[in-house]
Design a protein. Sequence first.
Length: 194
Amino acid sequence: MNFRTAAIAALSLSAALVLAGCSAEDDPTPGTEQGSSEQAADVNRTDVAFASMMIPHHEQAIEMSDIVLAQDGVHPEVVELAEAIKAAQGPEIELLRGWLHDWGIDPDQHAMHGMDHGDGMMSENDLAALEAAGGAEASRLFLEQMIRHHEGAIVMAQAEVDEGRNPGAVELAQTIIDAQTTEIQQMEDLSATL
């Protein structure tokens, strides 16, 4: 099973788990009275799953960036990349949380803290290894882990582009695909020089 197949399977399972927590009453689809009626009419389950799962995914990317930024001797381009990831993903988290609130969904209730490696999420052991590394090793490990993390985000975002209904969410998903595809190439190029 290749990475994309495994990631799509994991995403499908994660989405099913998110949506299992949504009753018919809190499914933000046309005709519901949750959230602002105009916005709720423009939302489907894929939009909710995307926003719910991308929040903890982005939160972990920020955590990984904070870990490497606290290290001494990290390659300057890795520092620059970690700062850029934080600058981009922090506001996106707030945007996603705002959408869920507007759609009548509790972001904390639907957060997918149980996502697995198929979504590009790092394990506690992965994060501990990054924290224990220093200098050049921390730089190398951060790039390796963040490439996998970005690949998972791209799969999640592509599902939103393919199946989502909310124009803002679809647009954000495409932005994530474009930005993180570019960053993966930068990280691969940088990894080759370390």
